[in-house]
Write a protein that binds this ligand. Structure first.
Ligand SMILES: Cc1cc2nc3c(=O)[nH]c(=O)nc-3n(C[C@H](O)[C@H](O)[C@H](O)COP(=O)(O)OP(=O)(O)OC[C@H]3O[C@@H](n4cnc5c(N)ncnc54)[C@H](O)[C@@H]3O)c2cc1C
Length: 387
């Protein structure tokens, strides 16, 4: 067992840390306030190879043996600066290019992966619908087989980056009567006729656009089908098991940002003639935050490490990581707010943004309840998580 990151990964972590400090931290509050989507920064991250670590060189990746661990490490660094920008790890790699790589044919891989991981094209993945959140199979979108292709109809909601996306992985029923076997996955060109989007306003992560998508008689070519007809459930849940890693890493990054803000404040702010860090009650908060962050990070690293050994079906370990990291992000935002008091509540400081963003980690990629359900069903012997 080796708890050290490779030298290559340590160097990447440092470079992502420097990039975050220079390109993200100074602007993140303003972007958030103005609901500005920093697409140029995401393109820069693509050029730097941040989304390509697990992919082969012929597809524009860097073919790292620990490419999934690299995703976790990079995503934590970026998430420390902005939870909005960290969403790009899921839209450019874990929820899009990775699904095409794992399930697509050679032509689809060549057509889409180089452009998505370099962020020349922006990606998104569309599962959720107005009546289908945690209950994924309740979705109603249909992709009716028609001649050589399909006709896509339906609406999706809460889809990250959708209004700026060039390409989407869309889940829709090709045959509703076949139950879960009737669900399929499609790679959809978002510039096709019949696709429209509308941005939604929300509490946090306001520089990551989140949208409704409407598909009205969108004609899909036959090669839009990902995998085989009926592979939708396998691809969708398999993909969620990778995007949860991005969520876990981002949660650790945000929790770290909260701890750093709290430590800084503890050392600067004086009350009753001493720095507030000298008060044991504040020390308790700092101690809890630091320990939980370590626990969440190691769970996340383990899940990534398993994926690098081909265990992409490690649902249990990924759920542990996503659950603990999401709760840690929310916990640390709350604890830091207690320490910073009025200054935390002020929009002059980034903590107010962290506080608003933290809640999202408990919702997306399967809520914390869903993660607990996966873990409990496995423990109880009702349904094995890793199949
Ligand atoms: C900012 C943002 C970005 C998003 N990005 C994307 C995206 O890019 N692509 C995409 O497809 N989706 C995206 N989503 C949707 C997200 O994945 C869903 O919000 C999430 O799956 C939960 O669904 P829901 O919000 O409809 O909650 P619901 O499923 O309606 O759940 C409501 C409550 O009931 C609980 N609950 C539900 N079922 C159970 C159960 N069986 N047992 C116990 N408790 C249960 C939930 O935990 C929750 O507390 C995004 C959402 C947001 C807010």
């Amino acid at each position: 067992m080796d708890f050290e990151l490779s030298e290559e990964l340590q160097a990447m972590r440092q470079s992502a840390r420097d990039f975050t400090e220079k390109e993200i931290v100074p602007h993140a509050d303003k972007w958030d306030e103005e609901h500005y989507f920093p697409i140029e920064v995401i393109r820069q991250m693509g050029e730097l190879g941040y989304f390509g670590t697990p992919f082969p060189e012929e597809l524009g990746g860097s073919a790292m043996e620990d490419g999934m661990l690299a995703q976790a490490v990079l995503c934590e660094e970026i998430g420390r600066g902005s939870s909005s920008v960290r969403v790009a790890f899921n839209t450019q790699c874990l929820g899009t290019a990775l699904s095409i790589w794992r399930h697509g044919n050679e032509e689809q891989k060549r057509k889409w992966i180089p452009d998505i991981i370099s962020a020349r094209k922006i990606g998104c993945f569309a599962i959720t619908e107005p009546n289908a959140g945690s209950d994924v199979l309740a979705l109603r979108a249909t992709a009716r087989p028609d001649g050589d292709g399909y006709v896509l109809n339906g609406s999706k909601i809460w889809i990250s980056f959708a209004s700026r996306a060039d390409v989407a992985i869309v889940y829709a029923y090709h045959d509703r009567s076949a139950g879960s076997k009737g669900l399929s996955a499609f790679v959809v060109d978002m510039h096709s006729d019949g696709v429209s989007t509308r941005d939604l306003d929300k509490l946090g992560t306001r520089s990551s656009p989140t949208s409704e998508i409407s598909f009205e008689d969108v004609r899909l070519p036959g090669d839009a089908l990902l995998g085989k007809l009926g592979d939708g459930v396998k691809i969708c849940f398999g993909s969620l098991n990778q995007t949860r890693l991005g969520c876990a890493s981002g949660g650790v990054g945000l929790a770290r940002a909260c701890l750093e803000a709290a430590v800084r404040y503890c050392n600067e702010r004086e009350q009753f003639g001493k720095p507030v860090g000298k008060f044991q009650m504040n020390q308790e908060l700092i101690g809890q935050m630091a320990a939980q962050i370590e626990a969440a990070r190691w769970l996340t690293y383990r899940a990534a490490w398993q994926k690098d050994r081909g265990q992409f079906g490690n649902t249990l370990e990924t759920s542990y990581a996503k659950y603990v990291a999401a709760e840690t992000a929310a916990f640390c935002a709350h604890q830091a707010m207690k320490i910073l008091g009025a200054y935390g509540y002020s929009t002059e400081y980034p903590l107010a943004r962290f506080f608003r963003d933290a809640v999202l980690y408990q919702i997306v990629e399967g809520t914390v309840n869903v993660q607990k359900m996966i873990i409990a069903l496995d423990q109880l012997g009702y349904r094995k998580a890793n199949r």
